[in-house]
Design a protein around this ligand. Structure first.
Ligand code: FES
Ligand SMILES: [Fe+2]
Length: 385
């Protein structure tokens, strides 16, 4: 047993301490907001609690709708330890359990198009709706194929994204993002077409990436060559927030030309900025007139996440060279952020990483929104234990 592990009987007290501290920090006066101490990002027991509660109960962005445009198109993902296959069936998009009902083999890998899922272990065959269609040599009288349908998870489509929830009773997505549609509808987010997708491993806690992506305070410091010229820190501007989301505008300097037209309903002001938003807990997005970049954060350890990021282009407006430049730019931006977050993660076990003051609304108000959301989720949980 390592000295960081906690005896079983004190786990409930340990979590209760975190919950009380979170409530206390979130109740700080409006003019003196405080960030969370490092232990909230480094404590393995608290992370396990988040996994079972705020993460398990949330809606997670699995990808873009146009990753599965045709019947039979599928892609796989691992969400909080659940192997899932997202597949387009005749009736729409489904999120099926990617676990064979016979002895638990994974049915599908990667992405592609199929008519049937055939298990690579004993060749049980399933339809794209999860129904077991064939199980060779299963003659036992007590075997009932109808009882062997693949498990299924909640799935919805919004803004051109696919969201999945593992919760027994999925939370009300539309209620939690009430106000977000008003913010982004003029961009027509459902009309952006996928041009790039990649997956990376970052050695950081999941909350750090949400906070990092959602604050403009670091832009000019961390991204002097890549972003500062377009979206300098000084032009960051807090935008709408709601029960389960937050946002800010990364405005472009006056002497910078807009980068493409995008949707006809966009104002000149909207063309002259990127709008960054987060759908809590695990999606962060940048939407601009012609470019939509989304990061989905998938946890697998307190200090490690898989990041799936997608780039989409408004109705094919950008040519291939420009898209390639943007992909390279975002690869560099992600690398710059990742480097900082991975160093911070190593500091979080310090007793001096005790949570510092946050900057005002336009710079770190989004971090505070996220913290308040975490505190509300925590308060709504049944008492720990
Ligand atoms: S585990 Fe799938 S058919 Fe046996
Ligand atoms: Fe950044």
């Amino acid at each position: 047993m390592s000295d960081r592990q906690i005896p079983f009987r004190s786990v409930a007290n340990h979590i209760q301490d975190f919950k009380e501290e979170l409530a206390q920090i979130a109740a700080a006066p409006a003019d003196a907001p405080q960030g969370l101490p490092g232990r909230f990002y480094a404590d393995e027991t608290y992370f396990q609690h988040e996994w079972d509660t705020v993460l398990r109960n949330g809606w997670h962005c699995a990808g873009r709708i146009d990753e599965v445009p045709n019947v039979g198109d599928y892609f796989t993902l691992m969400l909080l330890g659940e192997p899932i296959v997202v597949v387009r069936d005749e009736s729409g998009i489904k999120a099926l359990s990617n676990v064979c009902r016979h002895r638990g083999m994974r049915l599908a890998e990667g992405s592609g198009n199929i008519k049937r899922f055939v298990c690579p272990y004993h060749a049980w065959m399933y339809g794209t709706d999860g129904t077991l269609l064939r199980a060779a040599r299963m003659k036992n009288a007590g075997f009932d194929a109808k009882q062997c349908k693949l498990g299924e998870f909640h799935v919805i489509e919004r803004f051109g994204f696919i969201y999945v929830s593992l919760a027994a009773e999925a939370p009300d997505f539309d209620k939690s993002v009430d106000g977000l549609w008003d913010l982004i509808s003029a961009y027509e987010p459902e009309n952006y077409e996928l041009v790039h997708s990649a997956t990376e491993i970052w050695k950081t806690n999941w909350k750090c990436l949400v906070e990092n992506f959602m604050e403009g305070y670091h832009l000019s410091v961390v991204h002097p060559q890549t972003l500062h010229g377009y979206t300098p820190t000084g032009l960051s501007q807090k935008a709408a927030s709601g029960e389960g989301f937050t946002s800010y505008y990364a405005n472009y300097p006056q002497d910078i030309a807009s980068r493409g037209n995008g949707a006809t309903g966009l104002t000149e002001e909207a063309r002259h900025r990127s709008t960054l938003f987060s759908v809590f807990p695990c999606q962060v997005v940048s939407i601009a007139a012609t470019l939509l970049v989304s990061l989905s954060i998938r946890q697998f350890a307190v200090d490690a996440i898989e990041v799936k990021w997608t780039m989409s282009n408004y109705k094919g407006e950008l040519d291939e060279d420009t898209i390639q430049q943007r992909v390279e730019l975002w690869e560099e931006v992600n690398r710059e952020d990742r480097e900082k977050l991975e160093i911070m993660q190593q500091s979080f076990r310090s007793i001096r990483a005790d949570g510092g003051p946050l900057a005002e609304d336009d710079y770190e108000g989004t971090v505070l929104d996220f913290q308040h959301w975490l505190a509300r989720q925590s308060a709504a949980e049944n008492p720990a234990g």
